[in-house]
Design a protein around this ligand. Structure first.
Ligand SMILES: [Zn+2]
Length: 278
């Protein structure tokens, strides 16, 4: 019988072992998340093995299998080599992969979601501030998955929000107005700088989103806000979050600023010349 072949771009988001020498791969493709088998990929003679490292952006040829498709050819489009040079970069990439694996369903066609994941990995690989990149990624991945955080209208009553809105209602998935905030349990009060940063990141494509300088304090606040929203969607916390925290810890166990551009921020929000675009 003739093999039915297909070709696809893919990002390796999870790897497992299967049988004696095979690998079970979870891949994100422009037509959705899939599980495929790389036969013999754990043998040292395997040609495919080097191509299917975690986070790699690859081109795959797949043959239709009985239950899972099988990788028959592979080539690397981008191995994101630079992000692998430091623990913080690896932690960021691991978080990107784990979050999309946990949140996305199998076989949901969405080329834009694929681009969000690819662009976030690419940004970290090019040395962008990891914190800001991950917040951009969370906001845009959630949007593609149908969980867009509401930052412009009160998530409870729908009124248009102005700058006095400072209460995040994670259970409802967005910000709420001062009147509704009085009835929110488990909310988080955000600084104006953090509110603006989240709105900005949500509105911008990645190239513009990573331009502003964000202070370490605002970055930490934004991370907390997004993690509260995500916790509503995830039944348990992500393993990569602990890894990322460890990678960002100093030798004496003290938290240190992001070693990339994030730490250069000195103001309390985004840089002045970008604030006009809100
Ligand atoms: Zn309201």
């Amino acid at each position: 019988m003739r093999e039915r072949l297909s070709r696809t771009d893919a990002i390796i988001i999870r790897r497992g072992v299967l049988g004696e020498a095979d690998r079970l791969l979870t891949i994100l493709t422009p037509t959705g998340k899939r599980r495929v088998v790389a036969r013999g990929a754990r043998k040292i003679t395997s040609r495919i093995a080097g191509h299917i490292e975690l986070f790699n952006h690859v081109h795959l040829q797949l043959a239709e299998g009985r239950s899972l498709d099988i990788v028959t050819q592979s080539s690397i489009i981008d191995g994101f080599v630079r992000l692998r040079a430091d623990l913080a970069g690896i932690g960021g990439a691991y978080y990107i992969a784990e979050l999309i694996d946990r949140l996305s369903e199998l076989d949901v066609d969405d080329p834009a979601l694929f681009r969000v994941v690819r662009d976030a990995l690419r940004a970290i690989d090019r040395g962008a501030a990891i914190g800001v990149t991950l917040r951009w990624y969370e906001l845009h991945a959630l949007e593609r998955l149908g969980y867009r955080p509401e930052l412009h209208h009160c998530v409870r009553c729908g009124v248009l929000l102005d700058e006095r809105a400072c209460q995040l209602d994670p259970g409802a998935g967005g910000m709420c107005c001062p009147a509704c905030a009085m009835h929110v349990a488990g909310g988080l009060t955000l600084s104006l700088a953090c509110f603006k940063v989240l709105r900005f990141l949500q509105a911008q494509p990645i190239d513009q989103a990573l331009v502003p300088r964000v202070s370490a304090a605002t970055g930490t606040e934004a991370e907390r806000a997004m993690s509260l929203i995500l916790q509503q969607l995830l039944s348990r916390d992500l393993a990569s979050r602990a890894f990322l925290a460890e990678a960002n810890r100093g030798p004496a166990g003290q938290p240190v600023a992001d070693t990339r551009e994030w730490r250069r921020g000195t103001d309390n929000g985004v840089h002045r010349h970008t604030s006009e675009s809100w």
